[in-house]
Write a protein that binds this ligand. Structure first.
Ligand code: SF4
Length: 439
C-alpha cells in the first residue's frame, strides 16, 4: 500500500513541477513515507531522521534549504513524539490528511539560496487530523517500462487483531468507488500495463453499496484486454473470514485472474488464534485450504505465520507445524511476535523468551523451505506463461514471473521485457526456477 501511495505522491509532485534530484546535494525536499507494522521499520526511520537532520544543517551552512517531510503511519502513531524529538521535520503528515501535503509544499516558495523560514525552528506544519480516508485518482507514475502496477481498492481494517497496529494507524475499512477504480483501470490499460494488483489491507472484504469483492472482479475482468497479449490481475491481502465460494469459483475459472492467493493463517492453534482475535478456527482455515486445493489445483497458495505470540506453548507451536504440513503452502512470510504499543496484545506478558521465539521461527522457516522446494520441484518440466520483468543479474538472462508470482530466469533477448512468453521450467535453484523459452 505504501508503494502505491508513494506512486500517487510522485505523480502529484511531477504535476506540480518537481523533478527527482540527481543526488542529495541537489535535493530541496526529502519525503519519508513510513510504516508502523513492525518496530524495526520505525527504528530505521528514526535512523534516517538523524541522517537528514545532519544533511539539513549542512545544506543550511551552504545557504541551501532542504525540507524534510515525514508521512504515513508513523506520523499517525507517534505524532507527539515526533513533534518533540524531531523538530527538524518541516511537515508531519499522518494517514488521513496526506492529500493536503502537495498544497502545503507549495505554500512557501522554493527560493534558491534561501535557508528557509523553518530552518532551526520546530516542525512547521502538522497534517495529522482525522478525516475520512481519500483515495488518490492515480497511483502509478507511469514511467516508461512500468508494466506491473498496484491499484488500491480498499483501505483500513475493522478486525483489530490483538497484535496489529494497522487499524489504529490506517483507520476503519473504506472501499473505493468502483467508478474511480474503473477510471484508473482505463488509464492503466491505455498506458499498456500487463499486470495489475488490486490492493487493500483486507482486499476481499471490499464492499461498496451492494457490490462485494467477487462482484467487483466480475466488473473488472471483462475490461482487461487479452489480445494480442493478456493483462494479469492479482489481489492482496485476503482475510480468511471473507473468502467466499464465489471468489474461489472466480479463481478456479483462471483466465486473466491469476491463480494465486495470499491467505494469512498466522497460527495453527485454536487457543492462539482466539487470543489473536483472528475470527476463524484452525478447522475453518483447513477446510478453506482443502476446498481451494480441490477447486483450484493450480493455485499458488501463500500465507503469513506469526511465531511467539504471548502464551504460545510448545504444543501450540507443534500445531502450527502440523497445519503447515497439511496445507502445503507454496510459500510463507514468517515473523516473530513483537509487542506494538497501543494494541491489545501489548497489555499481555510477552512471555515466550526471545531465544525460544528464534528457535521456533528457524524451525518454521526450515519446514517452509522444504515444502516450497517440494512443491516447486513437482512443477519442473511444465510449460508455463511468464511475464518478463527485467534483465537478470546473470548476464544474458531474463527475469520473469509466473502466474503464481514466482521467479523464473531464462536466456532470451531483452525485447521480451514487458511481454508474455512461454517458458519450460527446467531446474530449481533455491526458490528460483531456471527455464527455457519454448520455440
Ligand atoms: S486483519 Fe488483522 S493483521 Fe490484518 S491488518 Fe487487520 S488487524 Fe492487522
Amino acid at each position: 500500500m505504501n508503494k502505491a501511495e508513494s506512486g500517487s505522491l510522485e505523480l502529484g509532485l511531477q504535476e506540480r513541477g518537481w523533478r527527482p534530484a540527481g543526488n542529495l546535494d541537489e535535493a530541496e525536499l526529502v519525503i519519508l513515507n513510513t510504516c508502523s507494522v513492525r518496530a524495526t521499520a520505525e527504528e530505521r526511520v528514526w535512523g534516517r531522521l538523524g541522517f537528514f537532520k545532519a544533511q539539513k544543517a549542512r545544506a543550511a551552512r551552504r545557504g541551501r534549504r532542504l525540507r524534510v517531510v515525514l508521512l504515513g503511519c508513523m506520523g499517525e502513531r507517534l505524532k507527539a513524539q515526533l513533534l518533540a524529538q524531531a523538530p527538524h521535520v518541516d511537515v508531519l503528515a499522518g494517514t488521513f490528511q496526506k492529500h493536503l501535503l502537495l498544497e502545503a509544499l507549495e505554500e512557501e516558495p522554493r527560493a534558491e539560496g534561501d535557508a528557509g523560514p523553518s530552518a532551526g525552528r520546530p516542525t512547521a506544519l502538522s497534517l495529522t487530523g482525522r478525516e475520512p480516508y481519500r483515495f488518490a485518482a492515480r497511483h502509478s507514475p507511469g514511467q516508461p517500462g512500468e508494466f506491473r502496477v498496484f491499484l488500491p481498492i480498499m483501505h483500513g481494517c475493522d478486525n483489530f487483531c490483538a497484535y496489529c497496529i494497522v487499524p489504529y494507524v490506517r483507520g476503519p475499512e473504506v472501499s473505493r468507488d468502483p467508478r474511480s477504480i474503473l477510471e484508473e483501470l482505463a488509464q492503466l490499460k491505455a498506458a499498456g500495463v500487463r499486470e495489475i494488483t488490486l490492493l487493500g489491507q483486507n482486499v476481499n472484504s471490499y464492499r461498496h453499496g451492494e457490490l462485494d469483492f467477487p462482484g467487483l472482479l466480475e466488473r473488472l475482468l471483462p475490461e482487461l484486454p487479452q489480445f494480442p497479449e493478456p493483462t494479469w490481475l492479482r489481489f492482496l491481502t485476503s482475510h480468511p473470514k471473507d473468502l467466499s465460494p464465489r471468489l474461489v469459483a472466480l479463481l478456479a475459472r483462471g483466465g486473466a485472474l491469476c491463480r494465486q492467493l495470499h491467505l494469512p493463517v498466522q497460527h495453527g492453534s485454536d487457543r492462539v488464534l482466539q487470543a489473536m482475535g483472528r475470527g476463524y478456527t484452525r478447522g475453518a482455515y483447513l477446510s478453506l485450504a482443502e476446498g481451494l486445493r480441490k477447486e483450484v489445483p493450480e493455485l499458488v497458495l501463500t500465507t503469513d505465520i506469526l511465531i511467539g505470540f504471548p502464551g504460545e506453548t510448545e504444543e501450540d507451536f507443534r500445531l502450527t507445524l502440523e497445519l503447515m504440513e497439511q496445507v502445503q503452502f507454496d510459500d510463507a512470510f514468517t515473523y516473530r511476535y513483537n509487542p506494538r504499543e497501543g494494541t491489545r496484545a501489548y497489555l499481555l506478558a510477552d512471555d515466550v523468551p526471545g531465544e525460544v521465539k528464534q528457535e521456533r521461527l528457524s524451525e518454521v522457516i526450515r519446514l517452509q523451505r522444504r515444502i516450497s522446494s517440494r512443491r516447486r520441484l513437482e512443477r519442473l518440466s511444465r510449460l508455463v506463461p511468464v511475464l518478463v520483468e527485467a534483465p537478470s543479474k546473470r548476464g544474458g538472462d531474463l527475469l520473469a514471473r509466473t502466474e503464481g508470482d514466482e521467479t523464473v530466469v531464462f536466456p532470451g533477448p531483452p525485447e521480451l521485457i514487458g511481454h508474455f512468453t512461454q517458458v519450460r521450467l527446467r531446474e530449481l535453484s533455491g526458490h528460483t526456477f531456471r527455464g527455457e523459452k519454448s520455440a
